[in-house]
Ligand binder design. Structure first.
Ligand code: NAP
Length: 305
């Protein structure tokens, strides 16, 4: 089968699409024939830095996808051959940017018929991150939440999930994405080039931070006492000098029941994936370089079929 592979840590331009054997499921695994995979920043982080260590190269990129179950192990009971599923892999078991990928039942959810393939492909990793970050923040109806990078893969889903949970949403983007933020339901779209976080971070109860660095530090410095800052970039902001702001970090986990709940929101029309671009597997390098530029709206997908 064809797969987008990193042969060694290095440059994104060195990623190759090459032939590798189709994997064989063991008793608690299923084999999925991939239709579309999604790209996430963790793909370029793995390719450039190895990210979180312990990975052996060469490896196949991709952490989420939609496809059809092609085979199941003897201990698999919740899905059957022929089911259309979307999935997020375990974080140390990448490989959806390929014609076939292995998964476990905890990784997958059956996709309702009314949801299209590209919608389902863009959902798993970014949607679970948005949902789990808002859970960790303790978001309740009536609270206000600031979502940095509201037009990005995680942010555009977080805006919609937060609105569905009854929040007042502040979200940041450049000026070219402000209309998208409003369309997604943001009450207060903010141009981050024109308005620094110090001017608005003090108005919210919770922050979902996708940026880290100077953005996170300026945000925490301006937050109210007892507000909550959740960072998804892997480390808490340093140097803000606040012990009255609850600063938390998280790493997304695949959870089948949560993924099914997000698909339910899609089916009832309260959640949608914005698809920036769909690229053929053979042009994987072009797509990951574009993601790495950092100005994607919604999700970039890889067509495998
Ligand atoms: N901890 C976890 O489990 C976890 C899970 C998922 C993602 N992540 C991490 O979270 C980060 C975001 O992921 P993603 O998929 O949302 O990325 P993404 O889709 O690549 O984000 C792109 C967006 O970032 C916006 N942006 C760039 N600079 C900004 C700034 N200074 N302020 C506000 N927005 C800015 C861009 O808006 P404009 O084009 O308008 O500039 C663009 O829409 C990545 O570092 C990723 O690795 C962590």
């Amino acid at each position: 089968m064809r797969a987008a592979r990193v042969l060694a840590i290095g440059s994104l331009a060195d990623i190759v699409v090459e032939h590798v054997p189709v994997p064989v499921p063991n008793e608690d695994q299923l084999l999925v024939k991939v239709g579309f995979a999604a790209l996430n920043p963790i793909d370029y982080k793995v390719a450039l830095h190895g990210h979180r260590g312990g990975r052996e190269f060469p490896l196949t990129l991709g952490f989420d996808a939609v496809g059809t179950v092609a085979a199941v192990g003897s201990a698999v009971s919740s899905v059957s051959v022929g089911d259309r599923v979307c999935l997020m892999t375990d974080i140390m078991a990448p490989g959806t940017a390929a014609e076939y990928v292995l998964a476990r039942e905890r990784n997958v959810a059956v996709v309702p018929a009314e949801i299209g393939d590209t919608q389902a492909a863009g959902l798993p990793l970014a949607g679970l991150t948005a949902s789990q970050a808002l859970d960790l923040a303790g978001l309740e109806a009536g609270q206000s939440v600031l979502i940095h990078a509201g037009a990005g893969g995680v942010g555009h889903l977080a805006i919609q999930i937060a609105k569905r949970r009854g929040a007042i949403v502040y979200a940041t983007s450049s000026s070219r994405h402000l209309d998208l933020l409003a369309e997604l339901g943001a009450d207060h779209p903010i141009d981050y080039h024109a308005t620094p976080p110090g001017r608005f971070a003090g108005r919210v109860d919770l922050v979902l931070d996708t940026q880290g660095g100077a953005v996170a530090e300026a945000t925490v410095a301006a937050m109210r006492p007892n507000s909550v800052h959740v960072s998804i970039v892997g480390f808490a902001p340093a140097g803000a000098g606040r012990d009255d702001v609850r600063v938390k970090t998280m790493l997304v986990e695949p959870r089948a029941s949560e993924l099914a709940a997000l698909l339910g929101m899609m089916a009832d029309g309260s959640l949608r994936v914005v698809v920036d671009q769909v690229t053929e597997l053979g042009a994987f390098v072009t797509a990951i370089l574009a993601l790495h530029d950092g100005h994607t709206s919604g999700k970039r997908l890889i067509a495998i079929r």
